[in-house]
Write a protein that binds this ligand. Structure first.
Ligand SMILES: [Zn+2]
Length: 81
């Protein structure tokens, strides 16, 4: 499980890869930059992917590369109530 130390909004200055969906984040797009404490790395997320990860906390044992692709097609993981 990644321990998230800090999340902030950034404007990308080059094309980045979204950690959640493995898709590209365009240059100049606003993205969420997350600092991961344990591994001393930073990851980028689309703003929508960040929201999806927060909303699916229960469905995700851990955040890993491309994790949103695994939960997206699963209907029972969609928001409850
Ligand atoms: Zn994404």
């Amino acid at each position: 499980m990644l321990k998230i130390e800090q999340a902030r909004l950034v404007t990308t200055h080059e094309i980045r890869e979204c950690f959640g969906c493995a898709g590209g984040i365009n240059k100049g797009e606003t993205a969420v930059f997350i600092t991961v404490m344990d591994q001393n790395i930073g990851i980028y997320l689309h703003q929508v992917c960040n929201v999806k990860i927060v909303n699916n906390k229960n469905a995700l044992d851990s955040i890993y590369y491309g994790c949103l692709n695994d939960i997206e097609p699963t209907p029972q993981c969609q928001k409850k109530g």
